[in-house]
Design a protein around this ligand. Structure first.
Ligand code: UDP
Length: 467
């Protein structure tokens, strides 16, 4: 290693803001507390304006480089996002190798950190003689599922959805087969095989950092932080959440300023989630019928797979068009509609916000917890249904509306859960519980807390490797 030069970390995130945000926070901590420098290596598919703008705002010790795009014309157009991403990752390996080689000669590169679908690069790191770690932007329940997947695959015949009993994973809340991560629901799809491929790579990592903390999933945390033969050490270092950009000028924040304390339900489905036309209509009617104040982030509906707009995050058509006739007039003063994107952290931190109807993406969940806001769980895809089960059954900070036989959540059910959360008895219990968890979160990340110490432990390993 090169003398007194600062230690360098190369990070390869899977595309998506939900991956980039926590990794950026992690990088900032490694820069501030441990004097590292960091390079973000991004896949060409993530090379959009939002990503580049975000990366350009990071401190100067954190730089980025983009991998060239890879051909995908031979991939069937209906291939799942997991399949596409896995193919991108494998086809990008030659370019990744040359980037890592360059970094090795120009910096004091000690470790390669990859998330979800980017771990194929471990073999290159091994060849180059640097450390290779994994980052899980979601939780310990998900990690447990992935670590158990090969065993589960061998033990269960047929679709997981048909299992009579919920799946019992060590330290986790029992998960009904219908609620496990979406790419596992169709075992004949290529995406399922790719999940098995990645599950095997998870075990090869030299360590796994997870954006979670013990107070939110104590059972899984206890088991995974014990040493175990054949499984990498696990470090719960969360919550790492996006720093507030403190742009108080946004119209929706101004509107929130004028609302009573804790009175507004924030409604948002993450950076890419969309509803179908019919479901969006029911949601709007339900919000209206609840007579509660709401701040709705609105995206044009897609009547296709709800993950299909994930990489664009921008609405092409005007989403207001899809609201029920007269909705905006009738809810004027009570509701506020923002097309496409809201400053979520600032909204959740605002004292007028009293509830969050969320798709339960893990970043959104952590942000809600950190700001003490109870939730309505409305999962769409990926591991969101599993998160919802955990938040309702185990963490007890969320309420979940029921779907009808047609798969829709109707407006009455929506109005019921919204009223319950905002002014019902159950809402009160959830609110108290999330406030407790908020305190526990602050303790975990403060100096001497469990997450703080876990990150120190990782940094120390990397430092001692460089000696
Ligand atoms: N986000 C935001 N404004 C929006 C939608 C999303 O700032 O209108 C941010 C949100 O705060 C979170 C991230 O985007 O940090 C979404 O991550 P999450 O894991 O919740 O869901 P995903 O987008 O990955 O489905």
């Amino acid at each position: 290693a090169a003398g007194s030069r600062r230690l360098h970390l190369a990070i390869l995130p899977t595309p998506g803001m939900g991956h980039l945000f926590p990794l950026a926070e992690l990088s900032k901590l490694l820069v501030q507390r441990h004097n590292f420098t960091v390079t973000f290596i991004t896949f060409a598919v993530a090379d959009n304006k939002a990503t580049q703008t975000f990366l350009s705002t990071l401190p100067s010790s954190i730089t980025s480089i983009s991998l060239p795009s890879v051909p995908l014309d031979d991939v069937p157009s209906d291939a799942n996002i997991e399949t596409r991403m896995s193919i991108v990752s494998i086809r990008s390996l030659p370019a990744l190798r040359s980037v890592l080689l360059d970094l090795q000669s120009s910096t004091n590169l000690v470790a390669f950190l990859a998330d979800f679908f980017a771990t194929d690069g471990f073999q290159i790191a091994r060849d180059l003689g640097i450390l290779y770690y994994m980052f899980i932007p979601t939780n310990l329940h998900f990690l447990t599922l992935m670590l158990q997947l090969p065993a589960l695959d061998a033990a269960v015949r047929g679709p997981y959805q048909d299992l009579k009993e919920p799946i019992k994973l060590p330290g986790c809340v029992p998960i009904p087969g219908t609620e496990i991560v979406t790419p596992l629901l169709d075992r004949s799809n290529d995406a399922y095989k790719w999940m098995l491929h990645h599950a095997a790579l998870y075990r090869q990592a030299q360590g796994i950092l997870v954006n979670s903390f013990s107070a939110i999933e104590p059972g899984a945390a206890k088991l995974l932080t014990e040493e175990q033969e054949g499984r990498p050490p696990v470090y719960p270092v969360g919550p790492m959440i996006k720093a507030s950009s403190a742009s108080g000028a946004s119209p929706c924040l101004k509107w929130l300023d004028e609302q009573p304390q804790g009175s507004v339900l924030f409604v948002s489905f993450g950076s890419g989630g969309t509803l179908t036309k019919r479901q969006l209509k029911e949601l709007a009617l339900g919000l209206e019928a609840s007579k509660q104040r709401f701040l709705l982030v609105l995206r044009s509906p897609s009547d296709e797979d709800s993950s299909s707009t994930y990489f664009t995050a921008q609405t092409k058509e005007n989403p207001l068009f899809y609201l029920p006739e007269g909705f905006l007039e009738r809810t004027q003063g009570v509701g506020f509609v923002v097309p496409s994107w809201a400053p979520q952290i600032e909204v959740l931190a605002h004292s007028s916000t009293g509830g969050f109807l969320s798709h339960c993406g893990w970043n959104s969940t952590l942000e809600s917890v950190t700001h003490g806001v109870p939730m309505i769980a409305w999962p769409l895809f990926a591991e969101q249904a599993m998160n919802s089960v955990m938040l309702v059954e185990a963490v007890k900070i969320a309420i979940r509306p029921k779907k009808g036989d047609d798969g829709l959540i109707d407006s009455e059910e929506i109005a019921r859960v919204v009223k319950e959360l905002m002014e019902g008895e159950e809402g009160k219990v959830l609110r108290n519980r999330v406030k407790e968890l908020k305190e526990a979160t602050a303790v975990a990340v403060a100096e001497g807390g469990s997450s703080y110490k876990a990150l120190n432990e990782v940094a120390d390993k990397w430092k001692s490797f460089a000696l």
